[in-house]
Design a protein around this ligand. Sequence first.
Ligand SMILES: [Zn+2]
Length: 50
Amino acid sequence: MGRVRRCEGPGCGWFFLDRSRSGTRRWCSSQDCDNRDRARRHYSRARQRG
Ligand SMILES: [Zn+2]
């Protein structure tokens, strides 16, 4: 089960398999993208310029 979705991460565009129940995942499994939502505060300083 699952659906193929495209990552919404800027400059990413990777495709990933969304296995979440609700199917609302928006980012691929890359740390840059996956953690963007949860820890954007945490890393805002370190990754400001990417
Ligand atoms: Zn991504």
